[in-house]
Design a protein around this ligand. Structure first.
Ligand code: SF4
Length: 363
């Protein structure tokens, strides 16, 4: 068993000690390297075949960077990315080409990711043409099949992205990602830009497609409520590190890291009475800068359970605390046993959406 609870053989994707740092340049011609944005800082995880791993954290915590690095859209600074047994960390673009067909991405903003000047038919069929997989006639037939699979009318092929609603555009994005029969799809906040009523439809569609196409997902979200139903396991990220990994149901029933506990305390509960009575843990301050993360436990500047000893002196390793359940907190057992209570916090909780987004530069 690996660090994150999947047997190595079953893993389709394995990430070992991954670092993705972006250099900060200064000087008139930006020729001085004055530091690094440590967007992903020593992360290991595995995704089993057919599994959905939910990856959750505030904007700027590095979760999208991990997704893009796995697809080799960003160069890893250090560490290893293994896809279906092959180390792809340093493969050239030519070596990656046959694998790119097998790894796809669904983006947050379906409108921005679809070319407004191209018809839906051309958008969905383009990957097949780029990879030389189908002639015009075959591609047209496959496009119509894919549009039907994602629940769009066949005449959608001749229409343009602006003629569709947000949910329909995300269906177009899904059809395009399926065009090459991928094994692995990074879903980067695929429902965040959609109305709540539409979110459930797209999540249900993703689940159905996973069954029909034998897909493995990395499902990125800033909201624990969204990933709950679709994920088999969930990894929680804070400031470039994974702080907790667990089977999904276990994480909601028994969160062990203070950051997960506070995120969960903000997830709405459908029962109004339970919602009124439960306590919400408010996190003080903003997410610190990934260019200058706090020493030792990175969460100590905002942790409601922070202790004088260890938290500010030693970095907590990701430890196994139950079957398949890992957390990076020195005091997880004591917090769970109720021996350490959360401190009073005075400042206002910064909701994930309100944290200024950190957009790393393209590599
Ligand atoms: Fe909080 Fe300390 Fe645990 Fe870090 S190690 S999460 S600061 S209690």
């Amino acid at each position: 068993m690996s660090e994150t609870g999947v047997s190595g053989n079953a893993a389709l994707v394995r990430v070992e000690n991954l670092k993705v740092w972006f250099p900060i340049k200064s000087g008139l011609v930006l020729d001085r390297h004055v530091g690094d944005i440590k967007a992903v800082d020593d992360v290991s995880l595995e995704i089993e075949r057919g599994e959905t791993l939910g990856l959750v954290g505030e904007s700027g915590c590095g979760k999208s960077t991990i997704g893009r690095a796995i697809l080799r859209l960003y160069e890893p600074t250090a560490g290893k990315i293994v896809f279906d047994g092959q180390d792809i960390s340093h493969m050239s673009e030519a070596q990656l080409r046959p694998l790119r067909r097998r790894m796809q991405m669904v983006f947050q903003d379906p409108f921005a990711s679809l070319n407004p000047r191209h018809s839906v038919g051309r958008i969905v069929g383009e990957p097949m043409r780029v990879h030389g997989l189908a002639g015009r006639k075959q591609a047209g037939k496959r496009v119509r099949e894919l549009l039907e699979i994602v629940g769009l009318p066949v005449d959608a092929a001749s229409r343009y992205p602006h003629e569709f609603s947000g949910g329909q555009r995300q269906r177009v994005g899904l059809a395009r990602s399926l065009a090459l029969n991928p094994d692995f799809v990074v879903c980067d906040e695929p429902v965040s830009a959609l109305d709540v009523s539409i979110q459930a439809q797209i999540v249900n569609l993703l689940e159905a497609l996973q069954q029909d196409f034998d897909l493995t997902y990395l499902f990125i979200a800033h909201d624990l409520a969204v990933v709950r139903h679709i994920s088999d396991r969930i990894a929680v990220m804070y400031l470039g590190k994974i702080v907790e990994v667990s089977p999904a149901a276990e994480l909601y029933d028994n969160p062990l890291h203070p950051y997960t506990i506070s995120l969960l305390s903000a997830v709405p509960i459908p029962d109004p009475q339970v919602e009124r009575e439960r306590e919400t843990i408010l996190l003080p301050g903003d997410l610190p800068s990934p260019a200058n993360p706090p020493p030792a436990c990175r969460f100590h500047t905002r942790c409601p359970y922070v202790q004088e000893t260890r938290c500010r002196q030693e970095e907590p390793p990701l430890r196994k605390l139950a079957d398949g359940h890992w957390a990076a907190c020195h005091w997880a057992e004591e917090i769970k046993a109720g021996k350490i209570e959360p401190h009073e916090v005075e400042t206002v909780f910064v909701e994930p959406e309100r944290v200024p987004a950190y957009e790393p530069p393209p590599v």
